[in-house]
Design a protein around this ligand. Sequence first.
Ligand SMILES: NC(=O)c1ccc[n+]([C@@H]2O[C@H](COP(=O)([O-])OP(=O)(O)OC[C@H]3O[C@@H](n4cnc5c(N)ncnc54)[C@H](O)[C@@H]3O)[C@@H](O)[C@H]2O)c1
Length: 252
Amino acid sequence: MKRLKNKVALITGAGSGMGQAQAKLFAQQGAKVIAADINMDGLEQTVAAIQAEGGDAYAVQIDVAKQSSVQAGVKSGLDHYGQIDILSNTAGILDDYKPTLDTSEELWDRIMGVNLKGLYYMTNAVLPQMLERGQGVIINFGSIASFVAGGGGAAYTAAKHAVAGYTKQLSFDYGQKGIRANVIAPGAIETGMTKEIFAEGAAEVMESVNSVPAGRYGQPEEVANLALFLASDEASFMHGAIIPVDGGWLVK
Ligand SMILES: NC(=O)c1ccc[n+]([C@@H]2O[C@H](COP(=O)([O-])OP(=O)(O)OC[C@H]3O[C@@H](n4cnc5c(N)ncnc54)[C@H](O)[C@@H]3O)[C@@H](O)[C@H]2O)c1
């Protein structure tokens, strides 16, 4: 029995990394996938991979930091599949670990725009039809930087802490109306965001990456498995949780 049969999932950041891994896994589990990203090349790869396996996916180009783009993209997805049951807000960008004095206002606004305001735009565009149907699952991507310093710079860590607060409030306000919202907080995962950092292998970065209990960085599929659980009815009692999938990074 497929775990997401008859569900439609909109996944942002679906052109790479953990968004792409979720898109493929959700489609394998029977979901129709609205794959959203700012990067059309990545999206086309994702949709082609899903269709090659007999899955159902539809690409929409969305810049999550622009409200008009979000509204147009969500409308296109809804016109195509008629409903959205699962929203995974996965798109995100890194701030190159910049401390506040090295963070320009432009960088601050860019990080907040994608990593935080983008969730607000996406959620407000998708939530009304979830509420009309009395059901919906929202998965927001935080980070170990939702808990501790050192997983990003000033803007990134501030935004990822705010993702935790935003999601708790979503649960508080809409849980009893059928909406389950939770945060996935990955540790170091090999994706488009980190590939170069890991490949360059700067000694102090690799020491913190490899000193976790798992002794290694993770793969996007290891995070997608958690997303699948949260998206499925198996997670029916999960509300407002901030769940690390970090190889044990946070035990330190
Ligand atoms: N990789 C890690 O180690 C790590 C750790 C903790 C948290 N995260 C978080 O996980 C999420 C997924 O990251 P990833 O590692 O898979 O990164 P990735 O770079 O592989 O994928 C991110 C995707 O988001 C898309 N994107 C960027 N800006 C966008 C915008 N304005 N509108 C729409 N799409 C946009 C990119 O085009 C890309 O396809 C992010 O929120 C990230 O902050 C990553």
